[in-house]
Design a protein. Structure first.
Length: 220
């Protein structure tokens, strides 16, 4: 008997779209750097260290460290608020995005480490959910699982639909990136306030879900 791979798929898809939205904004503002795709930053930093490609190595590695800090913060918050872990981590993500939006008033560059930390934290939102241990802000692992799922379907060793969630996550990420690029061209740094609103909405949605599924407190 097979269980559903993504009982939290709608929320995961919304988070992936938000990640694509934010990453597109940062990519345009930074010029070929990322706040969610750390493999790309690591490659960029490595090439710079070799002396083969301009500058920006410090920025690339600072974004990697900020992303890692976000992951650490999310893990701590998730353990501290066990029952409402998803909502708490999404709340942390919202605060980081709001902080980044405020930082743009001084400089877009100052906002980028905060956005990288937000993307790192976002990967911990669904970590404690069944089927939630999946990359939400980077798609390489999901593409691998998509390919493996397609191979299993072709060979008849798994249900033929099990690859669909991974495709959906990839598509929503790309869709979010398209939206982020369009909004950035129209609104500039105000783009981040839209991202913050979506993040806050997701945090409230997850908080409501946590209240519905939490067991009632025992009467004294």
């Amino acid at each position: 008997m097979h269980t559903r791979p993504f009982p939290v798929l709608p929320v995961a898809a919304a988070i992936a779209a938000l990640a694509g939205f934010v990453d597109a904004y940062a990519f345009i503002r930074l010029g070929n750097f990322f706040v969610s795709f750390m493999s790309g930053n690591a490659t960029r930093g490595g090439v710079v260290l070799s002396g083969g490609f301009g500058g920006g190595g410090g920025l690339a590695f600072s974004l990697v460290l900020a992303f890692l800090a976000g992951v650490i913060l999310a893990s701590i918050v998730s353990r501290r608020f066990e029952r409402g872990a998803a909502a708490a981590v999404m709340g942390l993500t919202t605060l980081l995005i709001v902080s980044a939006a405020l930082a743009t008033m001084a400089s877009s560059l100052l906002a980028m480490p905060l956005l990288a930390a937000a993307m790192g934290a976002m990967n911990g939102v669904l970590l404690r959910e069944e089927g939630g241990a999946v990359g939400l802000t980077y798609m390489t692992g999901n593409l691998v699982k998509l390919g493996q799922g397609l191979a299993d379907a072709l060979m008849g060793t798994a249900p033929p639909w099990r690859w669909v969630p991974y495709l959906l996550l990839w598509l929503t990420f790309v869709g979010g990136a398209v939206g982020g690029a369009i909004v950035e061209r129209a609104l500039g740094d105000y783009t981040l306030w839209y991202a913050a609103l979506v993040a806050a909405w997701l945090a409230l949605l997850l908080a409501g879900r946590a209240r519905r599924v939490s067991p009632p407190s025992p009467r004294t």
